[in-house]
Design a binder for this molecule. Structure first.
Ligand code: NAP
Length: 297
């Protein structure tokens, strides 16, 4: 019997673990993939207060080690179901706790076009910092208009010969600072008001077909495509008991409590305005503190 089971070992989940362990609680963190969540893909985190030059991977590793140093128990088992009595079922085991914190983050959104799935790892990637080095002096494209896409394009422009940045509108969600930096680069071409409609290549990506708002089509030969079009939550497994909004994010009237007693939510996976590292760690600390308080009430 655990005091708290935390589902997800990203910044929100690991911060919740840190707070609960420091309060001497018996904690289990369950993670289906590897620790760190999406921040591991950020080459540089520039907007975390007082840590101006840390990579996402280093941030996640420091946090993971901080939890391990407190003897935090982290198991790499995918959760397949939770019950209202605070049972958590993974593909290997079943665990019970007094409280659960759901911190499952979100996963990369797919374009859902022909050949996308088939070419992952053979020209199609969702992580520039993981796969960028395979494209030294080659031609790549980044799709998206948020901070991830802009940062990815900057990162890749220092590795690849040529970078196309393709965005479906002419207004970018990402910060102006990154956009200005990209506009200054000789090897970056920005294509706006355009969507990628097709990926060509049998065993390896060879080219993409791009259509603009006037239905004009062009084929661009590239070696790599980095898809950075945001994230979607992965909460269907909780929908037997947890209320989700129409996009699949966990509803919470106050940003901490779910509709189920002693089941809490933290981080990108909940309905919220700003999904960032700062707000994820804030959520994790608050969720753990409230879970502990309500356990002791
Ligand atoms: P995001 O801000 O949600 O941006 C997603 C982008 O993809 C948008 O430009 C969107 O276009 C586009 N898009 C969505 N679905 C699409 C589709 N089906 N086809 C084509 N384009 C599509 O996602 P993100 O860039 O991954 O960022 C997520 C959060 O992390 C944000 O809050 C961001 O600020 C933060 N972040 C921060 C940093 C940093 O501060 N260093 C770095 C990375 C990310 P529309 O604009 O037309 O909707």
């Amino acid at each position: 019997m655990y005091d708290i089971i935390i589902v997800g070992a990203g910044p929100a989940g690991l911060t919740a673990a840190l707070y609960a362990l420091r309060a001497n609680k018996k904690v289990l963190v369950l993670e289906s993939k590897s620790y760190g969540g999406q921040i591991v893909n950020a080459s540089l985190v520039e907007n975390y207060p007082a840590l101006p030059n840390i990579s996402g991977f280093d941030f996640a590793t420091n946090l993971y080690n901080q939890v391990k140093d407190l003897n935090g128990e982290i198991k790499f088992e995918g959760v397949i179901r939770i019950e209202e009595d605070k049972t958590v079922i993974t593909h290997k085991n079943s665990y019970k706790a007094k409280a659960i914190i759901l911190a499952t983050g979100a996963e990369n959104r797919k374009l859902n076009i022909e050949n996308e799935e088939k070419l992952v790892g053979n020209g199609v990637s969702y992580c520039a910092t993981c796969d960028g080095n395979f494209y030294k002096n080659k031609t790549v494209a980044v799709n998206g208009g948020g901070n991830t896409a802009l940062e990815d394009a900057i990162y890749l422009s220092n590795i690849a010969k040529k970078v196309y940045l393709i965005h479906r509108r002419d207004i970018f969600r990402g910060e102006e600072k990154y956009l200005s930096e990209l506009k200054e680069k000789d090897n970056v071409e920005i294509i706006v008001n355009s969507t990628i409609t097709k990926l060509n290549g049998e065993n390896k990506l060879e080219s993409i077909e791009v259509k603009d708002n006037n239905d004009t089509k062009q084929t661009i030969e590239i070696d790599g495509l980095f898809i950075a079009i945001g994230q979607t939550p992965k909460n269907e497994i909780f929908s037997n008991i947890i209320e989700l909004d129409e996009k699949g994010y966990i509803k919470s009237h106050d940003g901490v409590h779910t509709n189920c007693d002693k089941i809490y939510v933290a981080g990108d996976t909940r309905v919220k305005e700003l999904r960032q590292l700062t707000t994820a760690v804030s959520d994790g600390s608050i969720a753990a503190t409230i879970a502990i308080k309500e356990m002791e009430d």
